[in-house]
Design a protein around this ligand. Structure first.
Ligand code: SAM
Ligand code: SF4
Ligand code: F3S
Length: 457
């Protein structure tokens, strides 16, 4: 990364040693991407990355507020940062991301030692805010407005980890769906897509750098291109990415069932290098709950959609997100979720206990089941899902699958680890210096709860 000082760099940062920044990141891949972008902006202003908060001059926290637990983690980390600032008062502490967007300036009341707060749309301004906070102690600069363009929230930056085998490419941001439980539309704003030319440019550069697998990410990626008739939809974008030489595997996240169209299903049928995996959150198996969540589809429509996708790509792995204990959820509504897990046969499901979020419409619905009931339902859901997953994993035994090799097997010497199209870790005997970044066909011999093992075919 280029990093040179110029006359605008304030004295407290210059000249040597270079100021060091530590970033802790919570939440989704978009936050990971944002932290990389932040580091990039800061490197251009002369910063180095610190491995621990104890070595850093600037401590940043990129936060998630999707559930209360994630928000609480922010306050406990801030408590740790406070201790560092007590030892070294010159340290600058900043909070960004979804909690910053949600709580705003009142974060200063909760954490008076905090120096700056920045929202999800202002990453490029953070170096300037840090410098102001350091120059004018107590000024507490913020950048929280919802003014943005695709360049400011999806724009290119030098992707990190040269030599990495996999990379994320942000193509869409924000959400217009307003599911009644979800805070994302409030913290990330309306849907915005990155022009396909810019997406393809980044993919080509990644491929030239040796990246073999790209994952296109967006908070509601199935809305890609919808606001601009001159742009492709997601299915067509995948086709164009598929045509980039050197890209051996493509993935995308996260889709909404009501928005999966024929073009996307056709992409699964036609594009060999599009991984046979669809993450399609359903949240509940009861029509009444789906309606209260305003998901815009019924259970039957979801099941029929999965049938179409499986007809297009029979070996596809289907994963989902599920919420237990949504407001007013009765025992029989909950059981409908359990029966959907069995009916679809999810390869994996991320299961959550409902968490009330500020500003969302679900707060105005009936009360959610009490905490003990929510915990009990979550445990039952996890148990059924584990059973279904174990059963589904067995179907790989005896099959030959393509594995993109990434690293040594962290648990067993002499073996390497890669990912299958379905995202399962796969282990087999081999040397990482010879195999890293290669696609190896592996015959699966054993399937555990989370991983597969086999031998090169
Ligand atoms: N746009 C994606 C979608 O529609 O699934 C991602 C939304 S969110 C980042 C990921 C998952 O968190 C959701 O699918 C949902 O299962 C869960 N989630 C969101 N809000 C929640 C809440 N208030 N309580 C519990 N789980 C929640
Ligand atoms: Fe949240 Fe629903 Fe948008 Fe997903 S589609 S980000 S769950 S509002
Ligand atoms: Fe969390 Fe915001 Fe992502 S709420 S999941 S960091 S969009």
């Amino acid at each position: 990364m280029s990093a040179s000082f110029d006359s605008s760099v304030p004295e407290w940062l210059a000249p040597e040693p270079r100021p060091r920044v530590y970033i802790e990141t919570y939440g989704c891949q978009m936050n990971e991407r944002d932290s990389h972008a932040l580091l990039h902006h800061l490197a251009e202003r002369g910063y180095e990355r610190a491995a621990t908060p104890h070595e850093a001059d600037v401590l940043l926290l990129n936060t998630c507020s999707v559930r209360d637990h994630a928000e609480q983690k922010v306050y406990s980390t801030l408590g740790r940062f406070r201790e560092i600032k007590q030892e070294r008062p010159g340290v600058v502490i900043g909070v960004g991301g979804c909690v910053a967007q949600q709580v705003g300036e009142s974060l200063f009341k909760r954490a008076p030692y905090l120096d700056l707060v920045f929202g999800t749309h202002h990453l490029g301004e953070v170096p300037g805010l840090i410098e102001r906070a350091a120059r004018e102690r107590g000024s507490r600069p913020t950048a929280l407005s919802f003014e943005r363009t695709w360049q400011t929230v999806l724009g290119d930056h030098e992707a990190p980890d040269p030599g990495g085998v996999r990379a994320f490419v942000a193509v869409q941001r924000g959400c217009d769906r307003f599911c009644t439980f979800c805070i994302v539309p409030f913290t990330q704003g309306r849907e915005l897509s990155r022009p396909s030319a810019s997406v393809l440019d980044e993919v080509r550069r990644l491929a030239a750098r040796g990246v073999k697998e790209v994952t296109l990410i967006g908070q509601n990626i199935t809305s890609y291109g919808r606001k601009d008739p001159s742009e492709p939809d997601l299915g067509e974008l995948l086709r164009r990415v598929h045509a980039v030489e050197g890209v051996e595997r493509i993935r995308f996240l996260t889709s909404h069932p009501a928005e999966v169209n024929e073009s996307l299903i056709a992409a699964f049928r036609d594009l060999e290098r599009l991984a046979a995996h669809l993450h399609l959150p359903v949240q509940s198996g009861a029509d009444t709950v789906l309606a209260r969540m305003r998901r815009g589809h019924t259970r039957r429509e979801y099941v029929e959609l999965i049938e179409l996708v499986r007809a297009a790509r029979p070996e596809i792995a289907i994963t989902t997100d599920l919420i237990a204990g949504f407001p007013g959820e009765s025992e029989s509504e909950f059981e409908a979720t359990l029966s959907l897990v069995r009916e679809v046969g999810f390869d994996n499901a991320f299961c959550f206990s409902y968490s009330p979020r500020p500003g969302t419409r679900a707060l105005k619905l009936e009360e959610s089941p009490d905490e003990a009931t929510r915990a009990d339902r979550l445990a039952r859901l996890l148990a059924v899902q584990a059973e279904v997953r174990a059963e589904r994993n067995q179907r790989w035994v005896g099959q030959e699958i393509a594995v993109l090799v990434e690293r040594d097997n962290p648990r067993r010497a002499g073996e390497v680890e890669g990912r299958s199209p379905s995202l399962h870790p796969v282990h087999f005997a081999g040397r990482i210096d010879e195999l890293r970044g290669t696609m190896v066909r592996v015959r699966v011999e054993r399937a555990g709860a989370h991983a597969l093992a086999g031998s090169p075919a």
